[in-house]
Ligand binder design. Sequence first.
Ligand code: G6P
Length: 472
Amino acid sequence: MKIFIISNRLPVKAVKTESDNFEFIRSEGGVATGLSSLEMPMEKHWIGWPGVYAENDAEKETIIAHLRPHNYHPVFLSPNQIQNFYEGYSNSTLWPLCHYFFTYIEYENKYWESYKEVNKLFCEVAIPLIEPGDIVWVQDYHLMLLPQMLRHTVEGISIGYFHHIPFPSYELFRVLPERAELLNGLLGADLIGFHTHDYMRHFVSAAERVLDLRFKLDQVLLDNRMVYVDAFPMGINYSLYHDAILKREVQQKAVELKKSYGTHKLILSVDRLDYSKGILHRLRGFDLFLEKHPEYKEKVSLAMIIVPSRGKVDRYAGLKTKIDETIGAINGKYSTINWRPVYYFYHSFNFEELVAMYHIADIALVTPLRDGMNLVAKEYLAAKRDAPGVLILSEMAGASIELRESIIVNPNDVGEIEQAILRAMEMPEDEQMHKLRLMQKDISTQTVDKWAAGFIQEMNKIRSLNEVLKRK
Ligand code: G6P
């Protein structure tokens, strides 16, 4: 028995170099980061887009040759598909919809056509690889039609789907012209998973109202098979982050960083560049903090790591300009010869640098306006190990349901962010350690491996139940 993870992106992406070769680097984002370190007790394959347009067969062959030894199977997208499926339907229609950015939603027929076409393409790449008895686990909103397509073409496989972003309430979901097709697409799976019970409830309510189905709690009977829905909050590879500071190179990096930031406190924020992450609100919150508490000038800096993302989608490109301006304005207003209020990094950090930053940061400011889960919050807590630190976390992130000992804020209220920073700055060390330990205890048991194992165990259970149902 093999498991196939199918997601839009593979965990590595090919990047074209100036000499027209390819370099392979780790992909960003929750799905790739979280799932790439997964330990599976069975042969694991991964099907996904390698993140680049391969212009000809020779380029495709180069990419395939690099990926094959890892059991990664690339799905090549054309420029038109990248534009209309990835930047279009996935990230200009579904992403704003699921993150409650109602006015950002774009409806274009060519987006939807391309979405159907690419879901079919993924299905075609998967078909020759999958055998009866295998498990197929489809990931995320790019591939909502795929479970049903697989169900209709391959027999005897278990199909799971996990939605890594919020599932919006019915009242919002219903605005989508293709709402029924998407719901039917998902219902091709045996098990549909979400990060929280709220997202799961929203899905059930949308399916009941749009498709006129009647769920019995978390299950519904469809064509002689049961479909199950459940909440599986995703975790991280805890020991990877927790033990990182034991590595000499990470320790060295941490010492260097501490030296360069001087004696003042450090607030850290790490995101992909995305309007759902609340970056501008966060900056305004920090600005307000410095304005209202001038005694903290020269005593604290905000280090903002922003990873470039979806730059060809208009909403993202525009946001970048605003962030640049806002950071420039804050630094212009408060900087002194000895102190810079905001350190701005518009690129990703390698693992060692990132965990060193997590380790030395006194405060992590994680304030998305909406976020399916947010693994940065968990990574920060794990990487702290025995060092004190405070997590400020948005109540709009799925992670806030688990991380109750963090300082929870409504990210729309910059005054609340300002107050939270003040509280974090003044929190006694023993209180920081106490809260940290409680949260570390939770996330060290609810790891990404446990998350995946729980999902697959439930799929196996459902397979047996549905086999009994079929025999009846
Ligand atoms: C979020 C989504 C992922 C996606 C990631 C990175 O975490 O849930 O599915 O891969 O963002 O976004 P990108 O558009 O660069 O793949």
